[in-house]
Design a protein around this ligand. Structure first.
Ligand code: 5GP
Ligand code: MG
Ligand code: MG
Length: 185
């Protein structure tokens, strides 16, 4: 789905399809170099990171394994508390593995900080992060993101996996919604 298909809901595009593609290919080249011969396990946090995981792993020039995890963090409204519950766990044993977590967006950083520690507790050999988007002004917890995509302002975005109320995940670029979309809810 393109912006033109939901034009009435979109305020403006923030990251184009071409920009997404460019940053994913740049990071994939770096990761292919850094992880050559390491058979890394690439983990996507459901559901938002799925689009990034698919585009990213296809752009790699090394073989990898992929796995998924579904997490929910409890908090009031849009603020995550850092209290994380595993809704769906990995199928792989991470002991001794080199892990690369793929994230759609880092906001407070609480969910990610918890996941990095959890994977280390489970005995991963190394844990690094690729986040397509980041909102630095919202960061509450310091997380070491080795591979980062675009820094964006503090605006709620949708598209390329990111949703508002489970909608717009299949938009092929990243955009800011019109306030009218949130009204009347
Ligand atoms: P954190 O623990 O870093 O505060 O939460 C990160 C999660 O919050 C993301 O994985 C995503 O699910 C959600 N999130 C944060 N900012 C946005 C945003 O601008 N748009 C959407 N759709 N989700 C967001
Ligand atoms: Mg996420
Ligand atoms: Mg969401």
């Amino acid at each position: 789905m393109r912006i033109a298909d939901v034009e009435e809901d979109i305020d403006h595009e923030l990251v184009s399809k071409e920009q997404i593609d460019a940053i994913i290919h740049t990071v994939a080249a770096q990761v292919s170099h850094d992880y050559a011969g390491k058979n890394p396990l690439v983990i996507a946090v459901l559901k938002g990171a799925v689009n990034t995981l698919v585009a990213f792993t296809q752009a790699l020039s090394i073989p990898v394994q992929i796995d998924f995890m579904s997490l929910s963090s409890y908090g009031s409204g849009t603020v995550s508390s850092g209290e994380v519950v595993v809704r769906q766990d990995l199928s792989a044993d991470v002991r001794g593995r080199h892990i690369l977590i793929v994230e759609d967006i880092i906001d407070s950083g609480r969910t990610l900080a918890w996941l990095v520690e959890e994977l280390k507790r489970r005995g991963a050999a190394s844990v690094e992060v690729f986040a397509l988007l980041s909102k630095p002004s919202r960061r509450e917890v310091d997380v070491d993101v080795k591979y980062s995509g675009y820094e964006i302002p503090d605006e709620f975005v949708v598209g390329f996996g990111l949703d508002y109320d489970e909608r717009y995940r299949n938009l092929d670029s990243i955009a800011v919604l019109k306030p009218s979309v949130y009204q009347g809810e």
